[in-house]
Design a binder for this molecule. Structure first.
Ligand SMILES: NC(=O)c1ccc[n+]([C@@H]2O[C@H](COP(=O)([O-])OP(=O)(O)OC[C@H]3O[C@@H](n4cnc5c(N)ncnc54)[C@H](OP(=O)(O)O)[C@@H]3O)[C@@H](O)[C@H]2O)c1
Length: 334
């Protein structure tokens, strides 16, 4: 098989607005012995890509400076130390960068197969949120089948994933979203309660819905003044898991409920985890979550698709909060 020596990518020309995303040409990336070379069909667009573009979230050492943390496509080359992958296999991959490109290199352990019948481009929106929700709700948050999750940003990629995985697992999920329409979309996807955070007090709504008990786990991406209110929503023994802080990293809280309710405050970030750790998460997803994707219990939720060279428009849509679930870039592969 012959490969081009250069490939089309979208690069960040300097910190700034969506206009700094420009089509460019780069050398074909070369897979190491433990990597796959993937011909990309789809690349997921995520909030961290926006932060990287703004100069606020530099790629970790050794990672590509090309944005893009997840791709779908077909295996073009499998390194000598990889197992189970053949040229032509459809796959999705979690990557530390380099997704906005025609070809991408991914550690084989961070790749997962695409179940038959699922749209390869839409599958690009799966890895980042599925790895994150699994790691934070089910592992760090120790979510149980009888538990209730409060997840902010129910209409986001993370939120739509949390709704689906919690329902597939048998638990209950309460979400917040910024309009009645977005709340309805969350309910249609399976949320047990959707609270419009602009017009309703989520603490009071959670208390009423759980009959005063509270929720076992909060997945928080808002931070700031939400943390104290989240803590008020937690049941005895509850877990508060931080994955982002859209309203800022500083929170003033009373430690009294932490003591009295025996709470756990924790959080994590995915991108900086070592490859082995991401490989372990991929194996857990394959065992626990992939059967739900295969039988249709869980599906990619993609509201917007843009061609790769229109990544600028994709970022504008993400920043305007237009999406329900994910935005993906479609990569033409001749
Ligand atoms: N730690 C990790 O490993 C990790 C991994 C992946 C993502 N993340 C983070 O997770 C967050 C979600 O990512 P994403 O790409 O799925 O979605 P996103 O596009 O960043 O969505 C942000 C969401 O936040 C909601 N939101 C904003 N202000 C809010 C408020 N005051 N109350 C309740 N909700 C509010 C928005 O709701 P409405 O649009 O309905 O108003 C929107 O759904 C991002 O901040 C991202 O950086 C963290």
């Amino acid at each position: 098989m012959s490969f081009p020596s250069t490939i089309s990518v979208v690069e960040i020309t300097g910190p700034g607005g969506p206009e700094v995303l420009r089509p460019a040409t780069r050398p074909l990336p070369h897979p190491g012995p433990e990597d796959l070379l993937i011909a990309v069909d789809g690349a997921g667009v995520n909030r961290p890509d926006v932060m990287q573009r703004q100069g606020l979230y530099p790629p970790p050492p050794g990672a590509s400076d090309i944005p893009g943390l997840e791709v779908s496509g077909r295996v073009m080359m499998a390194g000598s130390k990889t197992e189970g992958w053949r040229v032509g296999d459809p796959c999705v991959a979690l990557v530390a960068g380099g997704g906005y490109a025609h070809y991408c290199v991914a550690p084989a352990v961070q790749c997962l197969p695409v179940p038959e019948g699922l749209d390869l481009v839409e599958m690009a929106g799966i890895p980042e949120t599925f790895f994150t929700v699994w790691a934070n709700v089910f592992e760090l948050g120790r979510f149980g089948t009888k538990d209730t999750l409060l997840c902010h940003g129910g209409a986001s990629g993370i939120g739509t994933t949390a709704i689906q995985l919690v329902k597939a697992y048998g638990g209950r999920v309460i979400v917040t979203a910024g309009s009645d329409e977005r709340c309805q979309q969350c309910l249609d996807l399976g949320a047990d309660l959707a609270i419009n955070y602009r017009s309703e007090d989520f603490v009071a709504e959670v208390e009423s819905f759980t009959r005063g008990r509270g929720v076992e786990v909060v997945l928080d991406m808002v931070g700031g003044d939400y943390v104290a209110r989240n803590i008020a929503c937690l049941a005895p023994g509850g877990r508060h898991v931080t994955i982002a802080f859209l309203r800022g990293p500083n929170a003033e809280i009373s430690l009294l409920p932490v003591l009295m309710k025996n709470l756990t405050l924790t959080g994590s970030t995915l991108r900086r985890r070592p490859v082995e750790e991401k490989g372990r998460l991929a194996r857990a997803l394959k065992e626990h979550v992939w059967p739900w994707l295969t039988d249709g219990t869980v599906k990619p939720v993609v509201s917007h698709r843009f061609p790769l060279d229109e990544a600028e428009r994709a970022h504008r849509a993400l920043e305007a909060g237009e999406q329900f679930g994910k935005i993906v870039l479609e990569v033409p592969n001749a």
